[in-house]
Design a protein around this ligand. Structure first.
Ligand code: HEC
Length: 170
């Protein structure tokens, strides 16, 4: 078994190049594609970049937490070149049925995304418990998917949310 593993490993090493993408690639791309101006003051540039990569290429947070997700003339579903609705970026307010409205994820007056500390944020994503009422589970929000993210990736998402512009409710 061990020998087979070594042989396969050796063969892969001989033919295959190392993994094509690294965290550094994701960080740079994340910083490049962020749809809003970021405030990196006091924040780790690497965590912000990686968080942007996760939020904007994989998490799909914009689809539900920006209302509407796209600017006039910038809706890819209408064949238009993608332009996110910057003035409402991740500020929530999308209704999904009785009692279920997406939350404002932008930093509050204390710089806390959705008003949550990092610990509270991680707890919400891991458990789906509504921070305002822990006996209630968040609906629609894909926490059953995100809950398996590495802690460092959740921290990156949180740090990115700290860097985006704060937007008050409409
Ligand atoms: C399919 C739609 C959808 C997507 C995609 C989505 N969310 Fe949500 N999210 C919601 C809805 C709806 C709520 C409120 C649910 C409720 O109150 O039952 C919510 C609630 C939350 C909350 C709880 C905030 C609070 O204070 O109550 C956090 C944090 C959150 N979302 C973060 C995220 C992040 C980060 C992403 C992307 C990685 C994301 N969401 C993607 C729909 C979504």
């Amino acid at each position: 078994m061990l020998v087979t593993g070594l042989l396969i490993g050796a063969a892969a090493g001989a033919t295959g190049a190392p993994a094509a993408t690294t965290d550094a690639d994701r960080i740079e791309r994340g910083l490049k594609i962020a749809p809003v101006r970021l405030n990196l003051k006091g924040l780790s540039r690497d965590l912000v970049g990686l968080g942007s990569y996760i939020v904007n290429t994989q998490g799909g947070c914009n689809d539900c937490h920006t209302n509407p997700p796209f600017a006039d003339g910038g809706n890819p579903f209408l064949g238009q070149p993608k332009r996110v609705k910057k003035s409402r970026y991740l500020a929530g307010g999308t209704p999904f049925g009785p009692g279920v409205v997406s939350a404002n994820l932008t930093p509050d007056a204390n710089g806390r995304p959705a008003g949550l500390t990092l610990g509270q944020f991680v707890d919400v994503i891991r458990t789906g418990r509504d921070p305002d009422d822990p006996s209630r589970l968040l609906q629609v929000m894909p926490w059953p998917v995100y809950q398996d993210m590495r802690y460092d990736d959740l921290k990156a998402v949180y740090t990115y949310l700290r860097a985006i512009p704060s937007i008050p409710p409409p």
